[in-house]
Design a binder for this molecule. Structure first.
Ligand code: CTP
Ligand code: MG
Length: 231
């Protein structure tokens, strides 16, 4: 099956509570532009991506960056209370022609085009493709009182990232089934595997980490500075 007409969905409707800033993290300056522009610029430059749908926090429009310079953005929608709800709202604004959907967290600003291309190539013959990294640290189950309860065998355990790419029909069907059964997930591919679709894993990029806490923001800034020095 060919990969047809890719629309990127950028999830940027969270509040960034754990970063602890007074504006949502995706709007914070990161190396001279709002964090959300980092992924939007990559999609803008990627010939495989035809359109972009962005989910932003509902309300207070004055704090939103101006997205008019990003010509592939076809819709800006108000997100929901959860990541899955924001995804649902974005999916209802997909262009009619979109056959493939790429879902990305605006909180992963260091995504690059080679990763997108390898994901789209991996979609051949399956319903979804996701980037992930095998776990390298020792994993333990820890009790509430901070004593070690048990070891967790890390063999075959991978950490999942975005972007994730899906056949549109499979994604829409999986989301409808999740909503119907009242299941909530922060990972789209979980909805697909639950609904019986096949999802393939490609090697993720360690630099494509999610900015979750203030230290991640600092790290992303350092990486951008060192890239600029290399140029
Ligand atoms: N997201 C969203 N809608 C929500 C919640 C999250 O679109 N209701 C998006 C975030 O903007 C982010 C991505 O989903 O790009 C991953 O979520 P996370 O890292 O948890 O971001 P936040 O929810 O904003 O952060 P926190 O959980 O610390 O509040
Ligand atoms: Mg969150």
């Amino acid at each position: 099956m060919q990969v047809s007409n890719v629309t990127a969905v950028v999830l940027a409707a969270g509040s960034g509570r754990r970063v602890g800033s007074d504006i949502p993290k995706q709007f914070l300056d990161l190396g001279g532009k709002p964090m959300i522009f980092r992924c939007l610029d990559v999609f803008e430059a990627c010939p495989m991506v035809q359109a972009v749908v962005v989910a932003l926090p509902a309300g207070d429009e004055s704090r939103r960056p101006d997205l008019s310079g990003h010509t592939k953005v076809t819709s800006v929608v108000a997100g929901g209370q959860t990541r899955q709800a924001s995804l649902g709202k974005a999916l209802s604004h997909l262009p009619r022609s979109a056959g493939t959907v790429l879902v990305h967290d605006a909180a992963r600003p260091l995504v690059d085009q080679p990763l997108i291309l390898s994901l789209l190539a991996a979609l051949d013959g399956c319903d979804g493709a996701i980037p992930a990294i095998p776990l390298e640290d020792t994993v333990k189950r820890v009790a509430e009182d901070r004593t070690v309860e048990s070891e967790v065998d890390r063999e075959g355990i991978w950490r999942v990232q975005t972007p994730q790419v899906f056949r549109r029909a499979a994604l829409e069907d999986s989301l409808a089934k999740a909503v119907e059964s009242g299941l909530e997930s922060t990972d789209c591919s979980q909805m697909l595997t639950r609904a019986g679709y096949t999802v393939r894993v490609v090697e993720g990029d360690p630099l494509n980490f999610k900015v979750t806490r203030a230290a991640d923001l600092w790290l992303a800034e350092q990486i951008l500075v060192s890239r600029r020095e290399e140029e």
